[in-house]
Structure formats: C-alpha cells, structure tokens
Design a protein around this ligand. Sequence first.
Ligand code: RFL
Ligand code: PHB
Length: 388
Amino acid sequence: MRTQVAIIGAGPAGLLLSHLLHLNGIESIVLESRSQAEIEATIRAGVLEQGTMDILNNAGVGARMRAEGALHHGFELAFSGRRHRIDLTELTGKSITVYPQHEVIKDLVAARQAAQGQLLFEVSGVQLHRVETTTPSVTYSHGGGAARIDADFVIGCDGYHGVTRPAMPVQGRQDYQRTYGFGWFGILVESAPSSEELIYARHPRGFALVSTRSPTVQRLYFQCDPADHVDNWSDDRIWAELHARLENRDGWIVQEGRIFQKNIIGMRSFVSTPMQAGRLFLAGDAAHIVPPTGAKGMNLAVSDVHLLAQGLEQFYRQGADERLQGYTAGALKRIWRAEYFSWWMTNLLHTFPDATPFKREVQRAELECLVSSRAMATALAENYVGAF
Ligand code: RFL
Ligand code: PHB
C-alpha cells in the first residue's frame, strides 16, 4: 500500500493528526495494535484545556464534547482541614472542560470512519524502515498476513511503550527523565458527584484527587506505592483511606458508591529529543510524559499534532519544510512548560517518603501562600488552563 503519511497509534495524537490531515486533503493510514473496543474503553484523561477544545471544535469533532462535557470555572486545593477555591475564570478569563479521553477517542474514530479513513486495528509487529530517507516504509501483520506501507512520512503516535521512539537514531539523542517514588491508585465509582469542581488534596497520609466523569460516574485517585497491587485494596479500605485524606472542618464528605474499576499508575516525567529524525516524527506520549497532577498529557498530545499538521500542510501545499524542521523546537517550548508545571504540582501536593520536617512545613506554607496571594494563585491558574 502507498500513502502520504503513515501514523502509528490510534490514541488522541494519532487519530487527531489523521483527521487534521484529512481536512487538508492529505492521505494517511493509522495502524493501531489494540481493537476498536479496547481503545474506546480505556479510561485515562479527563481535563481538557480551552486550547484543546478550540482545536477539536475547529476540526469539527467537538459537538458531543460541547453537549456532554462539563465546563469547570475553578478547582479546589484542600489542606490542613480546609478547602480553598482557585477561581480559574476570574484569574485568567479561561476555563477547562471535563470530558473523558475515551469519549474524544470515540468522536475521532467516528469522524475517521465516516470519511472512509484508513484506520487498521489489531495490527502487530510494526517495524519502520529507511526513515532517514525520503522513501520510508512500515511493515506489519494484519488479519494473519504480512503487509507493507510506503509513505512520505512516518509519525510515531504510539505512546510511551511504542516502537517508534526506539527506532530513532541513537546518535544525537538526549532523554530527560525523572521518576517519583509513588503512583496513583485510581477508581471509578457509580455515584453522583461529591463536589461540583475537582479537589486536589494534600494530607500527611498522601495526596488525593476528587474528579468526575459524568453526573453518574466519578473518578477518584490517591497516592500509593507504585508496586502495590489493586487486590490489596478492598472497597472498605479504599473508602477509609479516602475519608482520612479528605477529612476537613467544612462539613464536606466524599460520597461513596459502587467501585467498578481500580488501577495503579506510575508517575514519571520524561522528554526525548529531538522529536524528528529524517522523515520520522514523534508526537504525544511517544516523545514525552508528565505526571498526571497537572492534567497536561493529552493536551500536549493535541498541541503536538496541531503543530505537525501545519508543518505537513505547508510541505504538501507549498513544497516547503521550514515548519516541519521547526517542529521539535516549537513543540518543546510548550512541552517544557507543561513538564515544569506538572513537576511543580506533583511536588506541591504529594508526600515524599524522604521529606524532612522542614520540607513538609515549607510545602504547607507554599499552599498557604497560593491561596492567600492573588499573584501566586494567578500563576497556578494560568498554567492549569494553559493560558500561555
Ligand atoms: P496514547 O493514548 O498512549 O496512544 C498510543 C496508542 O498507540 C498504540 N500503540 C501501538 N499501535 C501500533 N503498534 C504499536 N507497536 C503500538 N504501541 C502502542 C496504543 O495501543 C495506543 O492506542 O498516546 P497519545 O495519543 O500520545 O495520547 C497521550 C494521552 O493518552 C496521555 O497523555 C493522557 O492520557 C495523560 N493524562 C491526562 N492528560 C490530560 O491532558 N488531562 C488529564 O486530565 C489527564 N489525566 C492522564 C490522566 C493519564 C493517566 N494515565 C492512565 C497515565 C490520568 C491518568 C490516570
Ligand atoms: C481525571 O479526571 O482523570 C484527572 C483530573 C485531573 C488530573 C488528572 C486526572 O490532574
């Protein structure tokens, strides 16, 4: 088979890129290792920045997000038994939308399929060839047979554990990495929302986050040992831990419900540069990871492919490649800001096993400064909504 752009991975990055290219008359084929049912059911992100909403709306895939997503004008920081509101809209003029990532995926898959886009599920053995030349190709297996795509470009949108980043030449590569000694235990709960807005809570027992998915499904997280196992956590133990970490003197209480999914995720910060080698480009989690505390990962994936689509459009329309050659530098500017913010939010809100009493008090003082200084709250709000 022959196409203009071969895209590996049907996450938000790969699907949106394929759709943006289609809107510009550029052909692509997307290769995904999992099934359509699996990608449409994987629970991940929830928070979309205004800029992400704008990109999805302008691409014509925002109708359900506008109808079903919940606009949030603020969130709360909880510590020392009190909740404090950060008014995002008042401080920045912007807001965020809570709309689950798997719903974005469903909207994008529907758009690609409606346009007869080539989206192949359950492929295996993806290998890249001659990516440093102008005639790269991809080989893979699909439906029991071996297949090959010849393309002008190959785009790695296959996430952190994919095959495209390892296919980048080693020479000249620089990776930046930080792992945290903790993870997040995530649950999905059948109940009404406990709070109208997200609550990020710091407690001596560890961080907790109250988020939402819909009027009937809630998403909660608490800091845990990344090597722990979900089977060690009965529902009763989970609720006891959440009640302890969310204790407060405001009379607010987290609402319990049937827990129907439990998972543990690791936390890391990671950036791999450059994001291009010849005709191979990386986008989204394939090139960088943030800890989820700042809610930036999917937003970064969207902004990466937005830039890349502009570069590819310039290439095919004008035969010029300045934008493509500027992709790494352009994308990294935003990526490093998000890396900074996610690292900062993570440090602000989690308990660190090796923290001295001094560090713990400074952390609490920083939270107090944030909720009493408009300047500090504004900096937090600007970063959270992605105002710059
Ligand atoms: P994805 O979503 O990982 O998609 C990669 C796709 O590539 C496929 N794949 C392959 N296909 C073919 N051949 C191979 N060899 C392949 N290897 C992999 C995979 O099956 C998959 O379908 O990457 P992408 O598109 O870059 O998107 C990144 C986002 O998914 C990620 O950054 C966010 O989910 C991060 N994130 C959040 N981001 C936000 O913006 N706001 C949030 O509120 C937010 N909350 C979160 C999060 C991530 C979380 N987890 C589970 C890590 C909350 C959590 C708990
Ligand atoms: C989520 O709802 O999954 C979520 C919300 C905010 C975060 C991370 C995850 O910072």
